[in-house]
Design a protein around this ligand. Sequence first.
Ligand code: ATP
Length: 484
Amino acid sequence: MQAADKPTTGRPIPRLWVIDDDQAIRWVLERALATTDFAVESFDEVASAQARLDRGDLPDVIFSDIRMPGEDGLSFLTRLAVEHPEIPVVIMTAHSDLESAVGAFEKGAFDYLAKPFDIDEAVRLAERAYDASRERAQHAAVPEEAESGSELIGNAPAMQEIFRAIGRLARSSVTVLINGESGTGKELVARALHRHSQRRDGPFVALNTAAIPKDLLESELFGHEKGAFTGAAAQRRGRFEQAQGGTLFLDEIGDMPLELQTRLLRVLSDGHFYRVGGTSLIQSDVRVIAATHQRLEELVKDGRFREDLYHRLNVIRLKLPSLRERVEDIPQLMRFFLVRAAEELGVPVKTLTRAAEARLCDYPWPGNVRELENIARWLTVMAPGNEISIDDLPDTITEGLGGEHTAAGDDQLLSRWTSDLSRWADARLKAGDQDLLATAGPAFERTLLQAALAFTGGHKQKAAALIGWGRNTVTRKLKELGEH
Ligand SMILES: Nc1ncnc2c1ncn2[C@@H]1O[C@H](COP(=O)(O)OP(=O)(O)OP(=O)(O)O)[C@@H](O)[C@H]1O
């Protein structure tokens, strides 16, 4: 077993495991992937990889052979699909093993690689699988980060009522509808419902209906068969299958198109479904928790939401209060997030003066707890001292402005900035400077990157994504701009 040495780039290095009893295959893959960002480790049997998984050591991608002494790749895959559905597995198979490859997809393999394989193809597949694993980590099975950050805070009576409801629902698998403005903690409550249910050992899978293009949503939910539509190059399990035995959290359910509402209703009432383009019936054992910031009754009245589905989902309804409806929780939430931001950034914890705390309580918090969490991160990075005073608070808060102002206000900031830039360019040109971009370009990129880093609490990958850079670009830029 050996790990390839990798230069330290300051960002997580994607980890890939190769499990194959054939030393030549392990060698080829290690060499091929050594030229990429992956740190590769090889195992000659399932048992040693399983021992590492049991210790909680989880790679981002696994390449596994099928036929090996000891446990075979398919039985390993079956277990992995239940225990760690977030890890994509690429099954490697000899040509004569195509039947097994089909079996591999049925058991949840991400893809398969026929031996002998083209090295470039193996690298491409590794990258694709890694991207999928990152996406799953964001949307799907409970990531560790979310688990550790899953503490629900709230002393206000409305929150205490929610806590009691979670307790009362602990023994049941009933469908729950969570209502509340964006950022009030709907997903956090759904996770808590799952964690305190008898399904806690099963997966928690979240899907934001509004975030997926409408024409992809059906296959995202129910999966598809290979060739079901253009672009369906391989069979894929949908969120319903991924959540088997666990909980499926459907956020922004009000945005679901009507045809899909019909399909969802059918799964909820019949307990089974077909993959897109599929002919075999798949049994579903999933608890659905739905959430929305909209008033579903209104959507029903307007004919945009099926009334029967509404009744089916609305068995138990939890209404999360907005943050301005529970002002008494603001100081405690702020302290909690200031401690967490300081831990994340490895800096001393900042505290608030009484006046700053009072100002925060006056602010209407249109973005609710999510906005408060972001402000805590921002203050941890930007406030000069360890005690935060009113003067250190961002303008939006000191001006007491809610979210409505931001679009117009931000446009103004942008136009002020471009006119400043134009004056600067004019002055430098008059001074005889050339190649203005060499100065302005990095300053521009550095400013955006620093703001995004402050916003994400120093998380480089998330910051890059917010700016619109890819994984490789941000590594390069951090180096060029001297930001790490
Ligand atoms: N009561 C709470 N205690 C601690 N943290 C909370 C609480 N409510 C929300 N948060 C935090 O605020 C952020 C937003 O919460 P969450 O994603 O659950 O909101 P949401 O209502 O599902 O938002 P959206 O509708 O926009 O998806 C998360 O980081 C969550 O951890």
